[in-house]
Design a protein around this ligand. Structure first.
Ligand SMILES: [Mn+2]
Length: 358
């Protein structure tokens, strides 16, 4: 596996040279932060992004994310144009040697949290979700709440221009159920598979977060089984998964190591983080350490090891600690601790496996 960190480009408050100093982190996953879904990524823009990363001594190990236009998700006639644009973006990424592209297929809202800075007993803060709190919020007001707590950073998936159209977006999805959304995803994947094969690009869908419908909108990537179903529907290794242990584990019924084993050969990117369940549909993003949350992180890493995973990994959201002010979930300190912990688990698992053989 290759350990990476997410980096939001030149406007990220975390500089690349700092990321490079985390032991074992050899790359970043990044995006063209200002791109709107549906816009073409030009060759020059991709080259520019890659140059910044390479000049800092790191590898641009993948893209998170190239976002999908809503026309593709709802399957309106304009989707053809937007799929063509997506293909052009993939060609420009492929020519620059990018092999992994993360994306999600969530309607209207990306990830949702009810609190971006829940205070923990040790004084750190974390992102958290309580269905009870979300149910009290008018979805059109959700953006204002998220924006007010973002420390002034633009949250990925919560771009102001998108949220200005929130009513229109809900209108677009009013006739879209799980079946239609799934069919539109399959259609999109089938259309892009040839360009992925040509350039050796592996698409990696990110699970929905949280792993259940929010505000009555359909959600179709919520479990290991739903991912396996998607893998079978477009049975091509270029159609793969971003295994996000945090998003999937928002539902405690999801067995993450089992999902990893079921998806052998199709996981191209792993987001590894822990969650702590506080009640039904009530969780917080704990430290990565197993004992701080509800997941056994050894078992998660062991499952990845056992399936022969060679892709990219990143620690996922971190806590805000040591007074750091950053985009919620994306400070340097706790993600560096998380990366080191995961690398330590990986080293131990690998050495145990070798010793047992000998
Ligand atoms: Mn994730």
């Amino acid at each position: 596996m290759q350990m990476t960190l997410r980096w939001f480009g030149p406007t990220d408050s975390i500089e690349l040279w700092k990321i490079r100093q985390i032991p074992g982190v050899t790359g970043v996953v990044s995006t063209l932060y200002d791109k709107k879904p549906g816009e073409v990524w030009t060759a020059e823009e991709v080259r520019g992004l890659k140059k910044l990363v390479v000049d800092a001594g790191l590898e641009l190990a993948g893209i998170e994310s190239v976002n999908i236009h809503d026309a593709i998700k709802v399957g309106s006639p304009e989707r053809e144009t937007y799929i063509d644009n997506y293909i052009t973006s993939l060609e420009n990424l492929g020519r620059e040697g990018i092999k992994v592209v993360c994306y999600n297929f969530m309607p209207v809202f990306d990830w949702t949290r009810s609190d971006l800075a829940k205070l923990r007993p040790d004084g750190s803060t974390v992102l958290s979700y309580r269905q009870e709190d979300v149910d009290k919020v008018d979805p059109t007001k959700m953006f204002e709440q998220m924006d007010a707590n973002s420390n002034g950073f633009m949250l990925p998936g919560w771009e102001p221009e998108r949220m200005a159209r929130i009513k229109e977006l809900f209108e677009m999805y009013k006739d879209i159920d799980d079946t239609k959304l799934f069919d539109n995803l399959v259609y999109f994947l089938q259309r892009i598979m040839p360009v992925c094969e040509k350039y050796g690009i592996y698409m990696a869908i990110h699970p929905d977060d949280p792993a259940w419908p929010v505000f009555g909108l359909p959600r179709i990537v919520t479990s290991g089984d739903s991912l396996v179903r998607l893998m079978k529907a477009v049975d091509n290794p270029h159609n793969g998964v971003t295994l996000c242990s945090g998003s999937l584990s928002s539902n405690p019924e999801n067995d993450i190591p089992a999902a990893i084993r079921a998806l052998k050969g199709r996981i191209h990117f792993a987001h590894v983080r822990n969650t702590k369940h506080n009640g039904p549909k009530d969780f917080e993003e704990s430290a990565h350490l197993s004992s701080d949350g509800s997941l056994d992180m050894y078992e998660v890493m062991k499952a990845l090891y056992d399936i022969g995973f060679t892709g990219i990994v990143r620690p996922d959201h971190g806590r805000a600690i040591w007074g750091e002010v950053s985009m919620p979930g994306y400070g340097l300190y706790d993600r560096a601790i998380g990366a080191s912990y995961l690398i330590g688990l990986w080293e131990a698992i690998g050495k145990s496996a070798t010793n047992n053989k000998g």
